[in-house]
Design a protein around this ligand. Structure first.
Ligand code: HEM
Length: 311
């Protein structure tokens, strides 16, 4: 890359895990694009500055633009691979699409700061958007999903997170941006807890308490890690960076699954493998215990891309 200056990424894309998160899904009101562009720039800049101010509490976040809203937001150019959420369905396995115009993702190790900032951001968007959905995520035990299994172990680490998550020179105007998919999964925990430990472990292809990966030959073809561990024609692993967190209350709880990646194709192939399975119909048995309620596709441009619209 030589001495070329890279655009600054929005820092929540590659950040390490936090204790708390807030997810705000907005739709734009009609005809407000001119005012909304600088507002989005201000919100992204504000989040970027708070990352320094609240570094002690590991604050971070990003603002994403919905695939269906992109052309309204910025008609001049579109990220090369941006497309709507790849909805799919087979049998009882459903991955529906529910798109939103703007996704604000903020995380912190202090809940009070997040609450304050979420209110502030909502205020900054006043009269321009409708808040359509809001969820709050939390770290459960030692970074476990609510099914009790550690989630995130095989995520890319260190600088490799950037290589996996951020667009490079292949799409010059959108370098340092990221393709983001979000699915809110509602778990059926009473059904899950009736399953004996060994059967739960077989569903992930990992042990529960110690989080040890099964040997490849011991993983059932229907296990989650078998279904999502995919390779390209050259034998290279298809990778995504997962930024998921548990969410919810007694009434409805599960996982806000978030994939960030330099291409949307890896997520789509993995989801296809979970829902449709392999050539022999081996689909992901995790889906017998959880249900995707939403599915949305965003592009999260670099901070420098967004702030060109600053007031
Ligand atoms: C691995 C949970 C949905 C992609 C894992 C692991 C857990 C987990 C516990 C093993 C530990 C780890 O490496 O993180 C869940 C739950 C989901 C869900 C509870 C939904 C309710 C998805 C979806 C995708 C996905 C929708 C992609 C389309 C992956 C990948 C790995 C993984 C790539 C790493 C596999 C490996 O290299 O071994 N997931 N997951 N997951 N999951 Fe998921």
């Amino acid at each position: 890359m030589g001495n070329q200056v890279m655009p600054r990424e929005q820092l929540g894309i590659c950040a390490e895990g936090n204790l708390h998160s807030v997810y705000l899904m907005f739709n734009a009101l009609d005809g407000v694009e001119e005012q909304l562009r600088p507002s989005i720039a201000n919100v992204a800049q504000y989040i970027y500055e708070l990352t320094d101010q609240y570094a002690d509490s590991a604050f971070n976040g990003f603002v994403g633009i919905g695939a269906n809203f992109w052309d309204t937001f910025y008609p001049q150019a579109r990220p090369a691979l941006l497309k709507p959420f790849p909805a799919m369905n087979e049998g009882n396995r459903d991955a529906p699409a529910i798109e939103y115009d703007i996704f604000v993702h903020i995380r912190c190790d202090r809940y009070d700061i997040l609450h304050l900032v979420a209110n502030e951001i909502n205020q900054m968007f006043e009269d321009l958007v409708e808040l359509v959905d809001e969820e709050r995520g939390f770290r459960f035990m030692d970074s476990r999903d609510l099914t009790g299994f550690v989630d995130g172990t095989e995520n890319p680490k260190g600088r490799h997170r950037q290589e996996v998550a951020l667009v490079g020179n292949e799409d010059a105007e959108f370098t340092s941006g990221s393709y983001v998919h979000v699915q809110k999964y509602k778990h059926n925990l009473s059904k899950w807890h009736r399953l004996p430990l060994k059967k739960q472990e077989n569903i992930y292809g990992r042990t529960k308490v110690d989080d040890i990966e099964y040997a490849s030959e011991d993983k059932p073809l229907t296990s989650h890690t078998k279904r999502v561990n995919l390779k390209d024609d050259q034998g290279q692993s298809l990778e995504i960076l997962r930024q998921s967190m548990p969410y919810g209350s007694i009434k409805e709880q599960g996982l806000v699954f978030i994939s960030v990646c330099r291409t949307p194709e890896h997520f789509e192939k993995m989801l296809r493998s979970m829902v449709h399975g392999d050539a022999h119909g081996n689909h992901d048995h995790l889906m017998l215990f959880t249900k995707a309620l939403t599915g949305s596709s965003f592009f999260v441009p670099s901070l420098d891309f967004l702030t060109q619209f600053d007031d």
